[in-house]
Ligand binder design. Structure first.
Ligand code: HSE
Length: 425
């Protein structure tokens, strides 16, 4: 048997613990598949005392990442620290030392991916991050290699397990938002700061990666609108249900005549469609290729072991490349160059929309809503009153016109909610 390749792991949190377990429980299978041993050799975490249900016997242990990234025995380093400060230091130091880097850190990639990809090239090594989008689902690999010969027209993803779990629980169990979110945290789905989950930031990080991979275009946070699920109310879920629709937080990007339109927004999808059937913490990404048509990637989007599978599989890919002298075989985002074309204005993009304003307060909110939308040239498809709210659906209209109509209404304190209806994601 050939010599082993050695792995260092920085960060013993939810995913890091899963990585240790996979090495301990699947080590023999991994070795059989590779034809050489891949060993977890060194683990670093500021807290080495807490019992995480895995033994750390036999590993070199450090409380600081520095001895680990400088460990000459290591070939590959896993960064599972989270955040964008120490995590960046770990990844950069490891790449500069010529080690392959695997990370699940979508925030790091969304903010500093370009720098890391360039460093990997410069230092003749690889960076891999399948776990950063869709947890265990090998959707990045599919876009990077399986669909590489096609031109991708659109990508629509449910890519935040926490939000999907909360929306599913609210609809199926009628549970309050806060209780659902607390459980998602207890189940290990949520980020350390769950604000990033529920306000759409986590999905936006993932969309930056997907836009690069699927559409070959460089974009950054702030280039597209991002909304979370905090304002999705039980009324929205209930009325949507009567209309044959279900609320999902979608990260979407598609080619239009005006350019690529991208957004992260609560969106209504047909209850009979595949995305509506994605419940709990599951994730799914639907890709439309010009030649391949629709393909769907589905699986656990969060959680310790499913995400750790993606991490360890990336380690195996990098280990194979090293062994064969094929480092840099496929660029991290599938293209040697990304286009810097920018994105089209999402506010000018047309679509059917669901519009809800609260019924409380003075005046006639229904009349005000109808008049306001008509003034901006927005035609209605339906109008419904509930004790709490007025809900309209529109014919295809620009989101910018709807937002302008709501902003001009005399009582903007009516907490308006606008969601696009995607009948054919
Ligand atoms: N907090 C993330 C989620 C973890 O809920 O999807 C996986 O990226």
């Amino acid at each position: 048997m050939a010599d082993a390749l050695n792995v260092g792991l920085v960060g013993l949190g939810t995913i890091g613990t899963g990585v240790v377990r996979i090495f301990q429980e699947h080590g023999d299978d991994i070795e059989r598949r590779l034809g050489f041993p891949l060993r977890l050799a060194h683990v670093a975490d500021i807290d080495l005392e807490t019992d995480r249900g895995v033994s750390l016997d036999g590993y070199r242990l450090s409380r600081d990442y520095k001895p680990l990234v400088q460990d000459p025995e290591l070939d590959l380093v896993v960064e599972l620290v989270g955040g964008t400060t120490v995590a960046a230091d770990v990844a950069i130091a490891a790449l500069v030392a010529g080690k392959g880097v695997v990370t699940a850190n979508k925030a790091l990639l969304a903010h500093r991916g370009d720098e890391l990809y360039a460093l990997a090239r410069e230092h003749g090594t690889d960076v891999a991050f399948e776990a950063a989008v869709g947890g265990t689902i090998p959707v990045l690999r599919a876009l990077r290699e399986g669909l590489a010969s096609d031109r991708i027209e659109s990508v629509h993803g449910i890519v935040n397990g926490t939000c999907n779990y909360v929306l599913t629980q609210m609809e199926e169990q009628g549970e309050p938002y806060a209780a659902c979110l607390k459980r998602a945290q207890e189940l290990g789905y949520a980020e350390a700061d769950p604000t990033f989950d529920v306000d759409g930031t986590d999905s936006a990080h993932k969309l930056v990666i997907l836009v690069g991979l699927a559409l070959g275009v460089r974009c950054r946070l702030g280039d597209f609108p991002v909304e979370g699920i905090e304002r999705v109310s039980p009324t929205d879920i209930e009325v949507a249900g009567r209309l044959g629709l279900r609320v999902k937080l979608l990260a979407s990007a598609r080619r239009t005549a005006a350019g690529i339109v991208a957004s992260v927004r609560p969106t209504l999808v047909p209850r009979s469609g595949v995305l509506a059937g994605v419940g709990g913490a599951m994730n799914a990404v639907e890709v439309h290729g010009a030649m391949s048509g629709p393909t769907l990637y589905y699986g656990a989007g969060a959680g310790s072991l499913p995400t750790a599978v993606a991490v360890v599989s990336d380690l195996m890919e990098l280990a194979r490349s090293r062994r064969l002298g094929a480092v840099g075989r496929v660029p991290p985002l599938g293209s040697v160059e990304l286009a810097d074309t920018g994105l089209a204005d999402a506010a000018a993009d047309e679509g059917e929309h669901f519009v809800r304003v609260e019924a409380a307060g003075s005046g006639d909110p229904a009349a005000a809503l109808v008049a306001g939308l008509a003034q901006r040239g927005v035609a209605l498809a339906s109008l419904e009153r509930t004790p709490e709210a007025i809900v309209a659906t529109t014919r295809p209209a620009r989101r910018g016109e709807i937002d302008a109509a709501l902003a001009a209404m005399r009582d903007p304190g009516r907490a308006p909610q606008v969601m696009r209806i995607e009948r054919e994601p």
